[in-house]
Design a protein around this ligand. Structure first.
Ligand code: AMP
Ligand code: MG
Length: 282
């Protein structure tokens, strides 16, 4: 980490990506990752300008993906309460046409979902060809909150890491590109954001007393996240740890990575069997 090294916002997205990527098989060292990363995008206005450019580019690439109808993109957002999952959806995908993007929020499983295996509800929400799907929380809750609160037997949870890797591999071998973002905030930043939810009447609806119970388990959640990052960052579906204490920096980084991944996918408009000059419109 080079906290005083100013990296220009115009840097290649791969250089930026390397700063946040958890290499497959490597230790994530989550506790040593800075949730602020002031060296990445030191300037708020530059970050906001880049976000706007990337959001437009993502929309244009989504149009191609939709027209191509061959592949899809799954964006997984994980992070503790107030880490900014909703704000990321709003900030990064706001330029996209609503037809091409599906957002699914995964809360506590309902009665029917509990009668199935934990991946059942998740598989149904994966994107069909041409779409971008965004998961606000995901199957990772089944090795995070479920582990921290002991909602399933430890031996069953232990088997899930390999099951998740296999499930994601299955998806990627069947046309789904997966991008996983862990929104990394500090405990102090969470305190400020929770306090805002109490202070601002327009935010009261976001406050859930249960969030304080989870906050009291901060260290357990951090350890569970670290295990996820260590064991489920794979070649086919790597994790990225996003410094998320500043919303504008978080959005700029995520938008850059999503844009870069879509550009690498390089979706193409389909070739037509006719030529425009074959037709005359009266
Ligand atoms: P929120 O995203 O803040 O609206 O809250 C959703 C809640 O559902 C969070 O407290 C999650 O921990 C919880 N949740 C999500 N998935 C699961 C799961 N598989 N099992 C138990 N709780 C879950
Ligand atoms: Mg919540």
């Amino acid at each position: 980490m080079l906290p005083y090294c100013r990296i220009a916002f115009s840097m290649d997205w791969k250089t930026l990506d390397a700063e946040v990527l958890v290499e497959a098989g490597a230790k994530s060292a989550l506790s040593q990752r800075d949730p602020l990363r002031e060296d990445l995008f030191p300037d708020k206005d530059e970050a906001k300008a880049l976000l706007a450019t990337c959001a437009e580019a993502i929309d244009a690439l989504q149009d191609r993906l939709y027209a191509e109808q061959k592949r899809s993109l799954l964006v997984i957002l994980q992070g503790i309460d107030t880490s900014g999952k909703d704000g990321t959806v709003r900030g990064v995908f706001n330029a996209c046409g609503p037809l091409g993007v599906n957002v699914t929020a995964f809360g506590q499983p309902n009665e029917l979902e509990l009668k199935h295996d934990y991946l059942w509800r998740v598989h149904q929400a994966t994107p069909r060809r041409g779409l971008i799907a965004i998961f606000n929380r995901s199957h990772y809750e089944d090795v995070l909150v479920v582990k921290v609160k002991g909602l399933a037997p430890a031996a069953a949870i232990e088997r899930r890491y390999a099951q998740i890797n296999a499930f994601e591999h299955h998806l990627t071998e069947n046309g789904v590109t997966i991008v996983k973002f862990m929104l990394h905030i500090s405990k102090d930043e969470q305190r400020k954001r929770l306090q805002k939810r109490l202070d601002d009447p327009a935010k009261h609806w976001k406050f859930n007393p249960g969030d304080l119970e989870d906050r009291a388990l901060w260290d357990d959640f951090a350890a569970a996240y670290e295990t996820v990052l260590d064991r489920c960052s794979t070649e086919h579906a790597p994790w990225r740890v996003i410094p998320a204490d500043k919303k504008w920096r978080r959005n700029a980084i995520i938008a850059s990575v999503v844009r870069g991944v879509l550009e690498e996918m390089d979706p193409q408009y389909p070739a037509m069997s006719w030529k425009p000059e074959d037709f005359a419109i009266e």
